[in-house]
Design a protein around this ligand. Structure first.
Ligand code: KIV
Length: 270
């Protein structure tokens, strides 16, 4: 007889490295979708700073604050039972000093109820990753197209296409792994580079636009569910058309209200 699905922890994820078991990660920003993702067997729920773009309507992730991630992470934590919960460290919560990063991470864990934090970067964040890990705060790294550097890159562009940049991303992944990260997101790089990182670095890799050879995959919930019908970049696979379904439902409701068909007797009290 099998018991309830065990809770996914950093130990679970570390143990998957080198096995054939793939890890499914998705973002969530509220309790409803967190509960749905958790109940569907998603392994890791990420409160990403993509919040800025998909929930707040910004053009980048840069405006997101620690307070906002804390708020959404705490909400998401109420919907997550089995999945491992990771919260993103927003732009400028850790770039100015390791101490800033320690305090921000502490808030995400204490107030946001996160079980780990995610930090973008490589060599330049290695000291922070080490300090956080030693303080008992598990760190997920993030290399390749790191969206907080969008203006440095000149747009959301695939990274690692030149020899220099390829070597730099590899060195970044190695530095973050050696500093103690338990997993690393690899975003928007050629699949051969992600495969090399996955083969040579003893830490779970989670790809987004990084090919099939990563140890797991992450998708932004809005992309996976088709909540923005006009947005369909190459790395996205849509598993639903919820944007269209929602628009159709709103239109049907408005038509029923205007025609006097809603509410009917069954939706009214005697
Ligand atoms: O902010 C985010 O949602 C992310 C994922 C896309 C990895 O960083």
């Amino acid at each position: 007889m099998s018991g309830p699905d065990p809770k996914v922890t950093t130990a679970t994820l570390r143990a998957r490295k080198g096995t054939a078991e793939k890890t499914a990660v998705v973002t969530a920003y509220d309790v409803v979708f967190a509960r749905l993702a958790d109940g569907a067997g998603i392994d890791v729920v990420l409160v990403g700073d993509s919040l800025g773009m998909v929930v707040q309507g910004e053009r980048s992730t840069l405006a997101v604050t620690v307070d906002e991630i804390v708020y959404h992470s705490r909400i998401v934590s109420r919907g997550v039972k089995r999945a491992h919960l990771v919260a993103d460290m927003p732009f400028m919560s850790y770039q100015a000093s390791v101490e800033d990063g320690m305090r921000a991470a502490g808030r995400l864990m204490k107030e946001g109820r996160a079980e780990a934090v995610k930090v973008e970067g490589g060599l330049e964040v290695a000291e922070l990753v080490q300090r956080l890990s030693r303080a008992g705060i598990p760190v997920m790294g993030h290399v390749g197209l790191t969206p907080q550097s969008v203006h440095q890159f000149g747009g959301f562009k695939v990274q690692g296409r030149t020899d220099d940049r390829r070597a730099q991303i590899l060195a970044d992944a190695r530095a973050v792994a050696e500093a103690g990260a338990y997993a690393i997101v690899i975003e928007a790089v050629p699949q051969a580079l992600a495969a090399e990182i996955t083969r040579t670095i003893p830490v779970l890799t989670i790809g987004i636009g990084a090919g099939a050879e990563c140890d797991g995959q992450v998708m932004v919930m809005h992309d996976l569910l088709g909540l923005e019908p006009a947005w369909k970049p190459r790395f996205v696979r849509r598993y639903a058309e919820m944007g269209k379904a929602a628009a159709d439902a709103f239109a049907a409701y408005a038509a029923d209200v205007r025609a006097g068909r809603f509410p009917g007797p069954q939706e009214s009290f005697d």
